[in-house]
Design a protein around this ligand. Structure first.
Ligand SMILES: Nc1ncnc2c1ncn2[C@@H]1O[C@H](COP(=O)(O)OP(=O)(O)OP(=O)(O)O)[C@@H](O)[C@H]1O
Length: 516
């Protein structure tokens, strides 16, 4: 390949619409072809270690290696120079790839040619590019000059990848902002609550966020695991990079592999072009594997490999490439139980749960209930366009007494439902809407009995012979109204004030309960 052709081919590699890592793989392939060598490796400098990002001609396991610069004199020499560096076949400096070259017998490098160049992006050393040829004399002075020129395009390819990544991060950030501005309950990512158990979790979360450890969020459905995963990402060093959400339960088994790891053109019928997977999209950032307990066994094995060495292999490809992704997973399942039943791999569990973070259920942090209720009332107030949306005291007691098997999600839905019902029965007075106990429609006998205890004298409990919720609630409401009427000298407006409900609403309720 002529020099000009090399540059043209590199430019063509550069402008393909593919993920940065795939582009860099194409670049190393082109370089190998041009320089007639055995191996070309692109290594990125990260904390005094060189990490292979793209390579050709090296054993696959080399991608998992990290070369500590000062332990590898050839790499240190390349990094110390801004020019291409060549090592003579009889150089006494050990080659970092000895034992790893695919084409040499046993992978061993006897006499061979080697050259390399340091790469600089935005004025800083980004890493190095190395070329090894098994035939001595392959790299002459002209080859060194050609490498020097080609390195400019490699640097451009790297810079392009960085720019793409920041554009993606900005887009995500903007999307997050748009969500939180939209006022939707489910889209507001602020964690509300101030109970001691919640503050403990928040404290732990901010400590672990700073590390790069995989985190496994555990907790019942609706406790807020997704919200915590977002917070973890926001507080991590990867905050400016993408956070990619994957709902493992919603991945169809047949498509799970290509969705997560990507596929090559023609990998299956319908794969009309090469496509990157979610792990590629999360490169540099975090992937959140929600409901990880639902992953099919075959995908569990592939995921394990990614966690072990950061390598992914597209469906239909025999090559793998590295990605730098922090994995945060969540489940409401008992994974240990799933391991026993053979539904979840023990080795994957240990990889995922390097830092398990349990989130307590709402019933164990009841101090959060009024605060969360206030938050959801405010969201609904804005959505429904009313001046104020309030809970009566009895309704607040009922919320506190209930045990919330569906946790915060259930509370959110309960409030939204009650708010709409309150409006629909005309519970508004000058745009102030009161939600009383009946509108909460809380299921479960426990609620009814505690409401009774809270609201009425204990000796009145005998008045409720059954535990049927509807009947019990009606009975409670009837007694409360009678009690209020008695206190208010049978003046309905005053009784309504005692009960903190709208007078017209009280009349309707009294009629429905047969009190009028
Ligand atoms: N502390 C909180 N502050 C504000 N909203 C919360 C809080 N916890 C949960 N939510 C809200 O409750 C709903 C359920 O939360 P989320 O989806 O994070 O729960 P989850 O634990 O991931 O549930 P599942 O296991 O079913 O996926 C969401 O709308 C979320 O915004």
């Amino acid at each position: 390949m002529q020099d000009v052709t090399l540059l043209e081919t590199l430019i063509a590699d550069l402008v393909t619409e593919q993920p940065a890592v795939v582009r860099l793989e194409k670049v190393v392939k082109t370089l190998r072809q041009h320089f007639h060598c055995g191996a070309v490796v692109l290594l990125k400098l990260e904390q005094q270690m060189l990490k292979p990002i793209a390579s050709i001609g090296l054993a696959r396991e080399a991608l998992g290696r990290r070369f500590i610069v000062h332990q590898h004199p050839r790499l240190a020499t390349i990094m110390a120079s801004r020019e291409a560096v060549r090592f003579e076949p009889d150089s006494h400096l050990a080659d970092p790839y000895d034992g790893l070259i695919e084409d040499s017998p046993d992978g061993h490098l006897a006499v061979h040619d080697c050259m390399g160049i340091s790469l600089h992006v935005e004025g800083k050393c980004w890493g190095v590019l190395t070329l090894d040829a098994l035939t001595p004399g392959t790299f002459d002075t002209a080859a060194m000059h050609a490498l020097q020129r080609a390195s400019l395009l490699v640097e451009a390819a790297i810079r392009m990848g960085q720019i793409e990544q920041s554009v993606r991060a900005l887009r995500n950030q903007r999307r997050d902002q748009e969500y939180s501005l939209s006022g939707e309950a489910s889209a507001s990512y602020e964690i509300i609550g101030r109970s001691a158990p919640l503050l403990n979790v928040m404290q732990e979360l901010s400590v672990v966020a700073g590390s790069d450890l995989p985190v496994l969020l555990l907790g019942e459905t609706g406790v807020g695991k997704e919200l915590f995963a977002r917070q973890l990402h926001r507080q991590s060093q990867r905050a400016q990079q993408p956070l990619v959400y994957v709902n493992c339960a919603a991945l169809p088994e047949a498509l799970a592999e290509s969705e997560l790891f990507g596929h090559t053109k023609g990998a299956f019928s319908g794969a009309t072009s090469e496509r990157a997977g979610r792990f590629d999209s999360a490169d540099g950032g975090t992937i959140f594997l929600d409901e990880v307990g639902e992953l099919p066994p075959a995908i569990q094995a592939k995921l394990l490999r990614v966690l072990q060495n950061g390598e992914i292999q597209r469906l239909g490809s025999d090559r793998s490439h590295t990605v730098n992704v922090r994995v945060v997973a969540a489940t409401n399942r008992d994974l240990k139980q799933q391991i026993k039943s053979g539904d979840f791999r023990a080795d994957l569990y240990h990889r995922l749960s390097v830092y398990p973070l349990p989130i307590p259920p709402l019933r164990e942090r009841s101090d959060d209930i009024p605060v969360l209720a206030g938050h959801f009332l405010e969201l609904n107030r804005a959505r429904l366009g009313v001046r104020a949306l309030r809970l009566t005291q009895a309704a607040e007691h009922a919320l506190l007494a209930y045990d919330w098997p569906g946790n915060v999600r259930e509370l959110e839905h309960t409030i939204s439902r009650a708010a709409i019902k309150a409006l629909s029965i005309g519970a508004a007075r000058e745009d102030i809407v009161s939600i009383d106990i009946g509108l909460l429609d809380l299921p479960g006998a426990a609620t009814a009995s505690v409401q009774v205890t809270d609201i009425l004298q204990s000796n009145q409990r005998k008045a409720f012979p059954t535990m049927n919720l509807k009947d019990t609630l009606n009975a409670v409401q009837r007694q409360l109204i009678e009690q209020a009427l008695e206190q208010a000298d049978y003046k309905w407006t005053q009784a309504a004030r005692i009960l903190e409900i709208d007078a017209s609403n009280l009349h309707k309720l009294a009629q429905r309960l047969g009190l009028k």
